[in-house]
Design a protein around this ligand. Structure first.
Ligand SMILES: Nc1ncnc2c1ncn2[C@@H]1O[C@H](COP(=O)(O)OP(=O)(O)OP(=O)(O)O)[C@@H](O)[C@H]1O
Ligand SMILES: [Mg+2]
Length: 274
């Protein structure tokens, strides 16, 4: 199992949208994938949700799963009961408004423990959608994580914010795995530039600046600004499920492949998922 946190302290950069769509791409490549919502806004399960209709003409109705991450933390509900199936190979663990209030020093290992239990072993890739903060809930996520994907926009302040974020993440210990009782320093899988607008000169300048500062940490291909993304959120579906084709489908798929590669996982498909 590879557990990847999708993070940025800054709000609105596309963490939730990309967690959902990357998880869907990875599931499509044959990995049994779980998307976990750590954000009290609980937006992830609005998209990572059971979906039967093809190409809906109006938004899907609200989906309320039976359990949320709060039940795992407070009531130790086993993961196999708390998760729901959203698509072929794609599962979700919903967030809850109360999460910030219920996570404390004593239970902050709850997610790591739940993912470490036998009933979670089948999940091959876990993507965790973080809140736009480095709070206790985020800490719970980091304690369960192997590597981090930073999602950013090409904003003027973003490179400074990421420099600080990278420093902060390096100080965090990863999920212990194998015989290791203690985690090593968290690995940063990379930085994915989202909402990149080719029509804006300043965006190109910011991309060059980020390439200079972060070098190989940057994913080679950005996800562009595209109205397909807000449209897909309106319908509560994945971008690739929209009735029309958008170039962001390809960009998100490439980002998913890059993410797998950087975590030592093949993206050739052919993985036998249970
Ligand atoms: N590539 C994109 N092109 C156009 N709009 C985008 C793109 N990515 C995200 N958005 C829009 O930006 C908004 C914020 O996206 P999202 O909720 O995924 O960000 P977030 O980082 O999870 O926010 P928060 O920090 O509040 O949780 C949404 O309205 C979404 O439609
Ligand atoms: Mg979000």
């Amino acid at each position: 199992m590879q557990v990847i946190s999708v993070v940025n302290r800054k709000g609105g950069v596309g963490k939730t949208t990309l967690t959902a769509n990357l998880a869907n791409e990875i599931a499509n490549m044959g990995y049994k994938t779980l998307a976990v919502d750590l954000d009290s806004q609980a937006d992830l399960s609005k998209i990572v949700r059971p979906y039967q209709v093809t190409k809906p003409k109006k938004p899907l109705p609200h989906y309320q799963p039976k359990y949320t991450l709060e039940d795992v933390v407070l009531n130790q509900i086993p993961l196999q009961d708390a998760v729901y199936k959203a698509r072929e190979n794609l599962y979700g663990l919903a967030g809850s408004e109360n999460l910030t209030a219920v996570v404390n020093k004593k239970n902050k290992l709850a997610l790591r423990k739940a993912l470490g239990r036998k009933d979670a072993k089948d999940f091959q890739v876990v993507l965790i959608d973080h809140p736009p903060a480095m709070n206790r809930v985020a800490q719970m996520g980091f304690l369960a994580t192997d590597s981090v994907l930073i999602v950013t926009d090409p904003d003027f302040f973003s490179s400074d914010n990421i420099t600080q974020l990278v420093e902060d993440i390096k100080k965090i210990k990863s999920r212990p795995s194998g015989k290791r009782k203690k985690g090593k320093g968290l690995k940063i899988a990379g930085i994915l530039l989202n909402r990149f607008d080719t029509r804006r000169n300043l965006n190109e300048i910011m991309r060059e600046k980020m390439d200079d500062i972060f070098g190989g940490m940057m994913f080679p291909r950005a996800v562009h600004y595209n109205t397909a993304i807000p449209s897909s959120l309106y319908y509560k579906i994945m971008v690739r499920e929209l009735i029309w084709y958008s170039p962001v489908n390809f960009q998100i798929r490439e980002a998913a492949k890059e993410l797998l590669n950087r975590n030592g996982l093949s993206c050739q498909g052919g993985v036998v998922a249970k």
